[in-house]
Design a protein around this ligand. Structure first.
Ligand code: ARG
Length: 561
């Protein structure tokens, strides 16, 4: 319709506007609304209501509009309100139903590497790693759904100070590389990192071990290999539980061999400066509102830093995949780090065509509004958080204990994920397990329950699935149909903004409308065959959409609820 309006405006007023027809925020009055009249009024110095009336008159003569809208009217002070015709709504729904991926518009295909998860080797995964895993997995699935070529990489933190600390502890306790166990590692890391906080000499020793390891010391490498293998298995277990999976299990250590390429190009382009013995790169820009300090590339003792491995990783990804984009999903507090890294990368002739995006995440808080802690007051390991959620859910309803383990885990996952994904990823949120494990309200269990209930009606009446007729029967019916028509816009907006919350909130709205539909329209005993067929078909389309959206939100469906 925007096309028709724009043509009228061009013909009549020789103007062109950016205004578009929008979904109405007064669904009681109309389905869509246009307010370009106000922009035009200023431009040509005419009353917006008069302009609106003129546009309506022209639209009413247009055959296309006659078919699509049952009503077009201009209301004071100059909005144009559109009401879709039932026939056209059903035509669009039938098209969605017949076409792959519901006939949504797919953006141009690009190769996109997505860097998420970001667990650190030899340290237990804690609640801070939950969001990068869930949000990252969801963005990856959304991008894939939108037809992109996506490569997910966990980018393990595996070459930092913690490795030196753990190796130091193992050597002190005279443990051979082949004797390392997960239990040993989980006890060692907190112990040594605690000691390092108080003892500078030992801290220095651990830093030297880390540096020697990075330089190729064979004994340390032997330890490192085993630490990595054991730790990876453990990390994988947690990601598996969350149904989060990566195409690549690379880490900082894998990028090391590309540091020399980056250094060479930095030198050739004359970008490195020396400051107090360290090598740095100036990344400030004239338009900066706050000062962006230089990126430290190499410390005075020769050690490389987080920024260095991130630059080398971009080089590696360029060699392996020639990506158009790389997306990074990590805590918002890493914003400055990524700003510096991306600016250096944009300066390098080899890497400058890759667009890097940082998608920052807010913290997960407890009911007190402070970073989430367990009941015993610790920053919980992820495993304990899953356990705590399970216990609360089991105590919530007397039949919850009857679930099969597999179904129970899917429900626990839905609680955690829907709690997270319904929030704008940039904002912090309060993780209230009690609230999020209920089957009513804006929760994972509510969504799953709605899906299963609707699916069951469809299944029981499968033989009635057909094409939709031209009729819409009542307001609950119409509301649901209109909501479904929003799918294309929602998915494209979520894709553009990289916001799973847009999908989550839309899914919730669909579920609310499906439930209202179900409660007001009884299908099972209907005698009117046409109506029955229309409603079963509508619910069938709805369940198929919910199914796909659940997958984008990394939620698996239990066999029963
Ligand atoms: N390991 C890091 C952390 O725990 C996150 C890694 C994010 N990705 C990256 N390429 N730097 O904070």
């Amino acid at each position: 319709m925007n096309k028709e309006i724009n043509e009228i405006i061009k013909d009549k007023y020789s103007a062109s506007l950016n205004a578009e027809i929008l979904i109405s925020n007064r669904p009681d009055l109309c389905d869509y609304q246009y307010n370009g009249t106000f922009e035009l009024a200023k431009l040509i110095k005419k009353n917006p209501y008069d302009i609106g009336e003129e546009i309506v008159l022209s639209l009413e003569k247009n055959e296309n509009c006659q078919k699509k809208f049952s009503k077009i009217e201009c209301v004071k002070p100059g909005f144009i309100n559109f009401t879709l015709s039932d026939e056209y709504i059903n035509e669009l729904l039938n098209k969605m139903n017949e076409t792959n991926k519901f006939n949504i518009d797919l953006p141009t295909k690009e190769t996109i590497v997505i860097d998420y998860g970001g667990a650190n080797v030899a340290k237990p995964l804690h609640v801070g790693h939950l969001r990068p895993a869930i949000v990252g997995e969801s963005i990856k699935r959304l991008l894939k759904y939108m037809g992109q070529d996506v490569i997910g990489d966990v980018h393990l933190g595996d070459y930092g100070l913690q490795i030196g600390q753990v190796i130091y502890g193992l050597l002190e306790d005279k443990i051979k590389p082949e004797e390392i166990t997960l239990e040993l590692l989980s006890n060692l890391y907190p112990k040594i990192s605690g000691i390092c906080k108080e003892n500078d000499e030992i801290k220095e020793k651990c830093a030297t071990i880390t540096k020697d390891l990075q330089d190729g010391n064979t004994i340390y490498q032997e330890y490192f290999k085993n630490i990595l293998a054991i730790s990876k298995t453990d990390i994988k277990k947690i990601y598996d539980y969350l149904d989060v999976s990566f195409d690549l299990w690379l880490g900082e250590s894998d990028a090391y061999k590309y540091i020399s390429n980056v250094t060479k190009e930095l030198e050739e382009q004359n970008l490195l400066k020396t400051s107090e013995g360290a090598r740095i790169i100036d990344v400030s820009e004239k338009t900066d509102k706050i000062e962006i300090p230089p990126c430290i590339y190499q410390k005075s003792n020769g050690a490389y830093l987080y920024s260095t491995t991130d630059l080398a990783t971009i080089w590696q990804r360029w060699l392996d995949y020639k990506p158009n984009k790389i997306l990074y999903i990590a805590d918002s507090r890493q914003h400055l780090h990524f700003t510096q890294v991306f600016r250096v990368s944009k300066k390098l002739n080899t890497l400058k065509n890759i667009d890097c995006e940082f998608l920052g995440l807010g913290t997960i808080n407890g009911n007190d509004g402070k970073p989430f802690k367990t009941r015993s007051g610790n920053t919980p390991k992820l495993e304990n958080l899953f356990e705590e959620t399970k216990n609360i859910f089991l105590n919530n309803g007397e039949y919850n204990k009857d679930y099969k383990e597999e179904d129970l885990n899917k429900i626990i996952n839905s609680i955690i994920k829907f709690a997270d994904l319904q929030n704008n990823r940039e904002k912090e949120y309060i993780f209230d397990i009690e609230k999020f494990s209920k089957t009513t309200g804006k929760t994972g269990p509510y969504i799953l329950y709605t899906y299963l209930r609707t699916k069951k009606i469809v299944k029981n009446n499968e033989s009635f699935i057909d094409k939709l007729s031209k009729t819409i029967y009542n307001v609950h019916d119409r509301n649901l149909r209109l909501k479904i028509l929003e799918l294309n816009e929602i998915l494209n907006y979520a894709f553009k903004t990289r916001m799973p919350s847009v999908v989550a909130n839309y899914l919730y709205e669909i579920c609310v409308l499906v439930n209202a539909f179900y409660e007001n329209n009884h299908i099972n005993n209907l005698e009117d065959i046409k109506k029955k067929s229309d409603w079963v078909t509508l619910l069938d389309l709805t369940t198929k959409i919910i199914y796909d959206l659940l997958d984008i939100l990394v939620m698996e469906i239990p066999s029963t609820m």
